[in-house]
Design a protein around this ligand. Structure first.
Ligand SMILES: Cc1ncc(COP(=O)(O)O)c(C=O)c1O
Length: 349
């Protein structure tokens, strides 16, 4: 039985177990259905077994050795991957501007952090990808046990993970890819190649672009190392089955024709917006992220105009450009509002 169907099924047993709300005392009524579905891991319907099955099914979908559901974000996936690859004293290469979880993983493992830098793009105010050549130079110099790469970056810059993985294999360095912002990549050829087939560990946030609820995520493994020990160290022993069921449903949706159509329609709609503009420029490898800039306006000014005049909030802004994030929940109506605003800004002198 799937996790989803276990939560739908009515359990007639009289519970003297955790959770103590027993699915009937609903202290915060807005989430009544959530309370109803919030069962214990030792429930008679055996949700632990159902979770195992759901993760095996996910591994088949993503073509991995192991895929695990995470309910504490990509943060927990990165921590677990680092704890799995590194012992105390091992060196790990970490981008100096990476998400804090990268260094926190190394600190928990007692690993030695070796920071690396990435080329800065002055025109767009963002960091570029890291090249396989730079990776090889870093590995030769530091002989690390592992390296973490963020790809795509927040702004949608993607590194050549296939080639980087060949280099890592050549030197026996574990490759962990933070694909937090790329959870849609395995599901459409219109998107960049996912790191999953190449990296030892790939971590993806479902909540960022793939329509998942905060903070659902996945860790995929394609190496012999077993990440479950590390996950058991950092995870609760009382998992949230409603959250885990949303992950199961989320993957089913992404894999379905409906999911693929949704992704590809979104990409086509964004593409058509780009074609109507003449003075606003776009940059980046990920078509779902609208990284924009316009001559004569700083990124901050562009962001302010969008917010103050059009009631549109961007995801991230710097001195040169601003980035609007889209994902599975971005409706046509929402894109139409953005298009109308951008056409007006495009015409500003
Ligand atoms: C590049 C990157 N990696 C990891 C994370 C952590 O992801 P989560 O919020 O799913 O824990 C973030 C969050 O913003 C991120 O931007």
């Amino acid at each position: 039985m799937s996790l989803i169907s276990i939560l739908k099924k009515k359990n007639n047993i009289t519970l003297f177990t955790t959770p103590s709300h027993s699915g009937s005392l609903c202290i915060y009524h807005k989430f009544y259905q959530w309370y109803r579905s919030d069962i214990s891991e030792i429930d008679a319907l055996d949700p632990e077994k159902a979770l195992e099955k759901a993760e095996c099914k996910a591994a088949k979908i993503y073509n991995t050795k192991l895929t695990k559901f995470l309910t504490n974000g990509s943060t927990s996936g990165i921590l677990a991957a680092v704890l799995t690859c590194c012992n105390a004293g091992d060196k790990i290469l970490i981008w100096d501007k990476a998400h804090p979880c990268h260094k926190n993983g190394a600190k928990l493992a007692g690993a030695e952090i070796v920071e690396y830098q990435i080329q800065y793009n002055e025109v767009w105010g963002i960091f570029e990808c890291i090249s396989p050549y730079e990776i090889e130079t870093l590995i030769k110099k530091h002989t690390p046990k592992a390296i973490i790469i963020t790809s795509p970056s927040y702004e949608g810059i993607v590194s050549d993970i296939k080639e980087i993985s060949n280099i890592c294999k050549k030197y026996g360095t574990f490759l962990i890819v933070d694909e937090a912002h790329g959870a849609l990549y395995p599901f459409s050829e219109l998107l960049p190649q996912s790191a999953i087939p190449y990296a030892d560990f790939t971590v993806q946030s479902l909540h960022k672009t793939a329509g998942g609820i905060n903070p659902t995520a996945l860790i995929h493994s394609n190496c012999e190392l077993d990440v479950t020990k590390a996950l058991n160290m950092i995870n609760t022993t009382s998992p949230s089955y409603p959250m885990l069921a949303t992950i199961e449903a989320n993957i089913n949706y992404l894999k379905s024709n409906k999911g693929k159509n949704k992704i590809e329609t979104l990409i086509r709609q964004i593409d058509s917006i780009k074609k109507t503009l003449h003075n606003i420029e776009f940059y980046g490898d990920d078509p779902t992220k609208l990284l924009i800039k316009k001559d004569g306006l700083t990124g901050f000014e562009l962001s302010e105009i969008l917010y103050n005049k059009f009631n549109i909030e961007d995801e991230r802004t710097n001195e040169k450009s601003t980035m609007l994030l889209t994902g599975l929940g971005t409706t046509e109506a929402k894109l139409y509002r953005l298009k109308k605003a951008l056409i007006k800004i495009d015409k500003l002198k």
